[in-house]
Write a protein of this length. Structure first.
Length: 101
């Protein structure tokens, strides 16, 4: 049920970090680490599973919204998630253009 804005003591802008603000340019992050960073936590911060699920609800759309500024790497092993980082000049593999066709 919607709530009247007047019922809240304060309203704030809905502002998210850009990839350049969030990531170190030479690092790659899992979506779990991105979720923590978006909340101002360290990437390896210990959080409970329920909180992590809520944070992922913010992180996944953020990744999708910022996809043009990101690079992605496949997991190194089958039990590892993918990794995301801010795109820098020269980051893309030479065969990346072939994957788009």
């Amino acid at each position: 049920m919607p709530i009247e804005k007047d019922e809240f003591s304060a309203l704030y802008p809905c502002d998210f970090y850009t990839p350049e603000e969030l990531f170190e340019p030479d690092q790659m992050y899992t979506v779990y680490e991105i979720a923590r960073l978006l909340q101002g936590l360290e990437p390896d911060a210990e959080i409970d599973e329920g909180t992590e699920e809520i944070l992922l609800d913010w992180a996944i759309p953020w990744v999708m919204t910022n996809a043009e500024d990101l690079v992605v790497a496949e997991p190194r092993t089958d039990d590892e998630p993918g990794y995301y980082g801010v795109e820098r000049d020269g980051d893309l593999s030479s065969n990346a253009d072939d994957a788009d066709e």
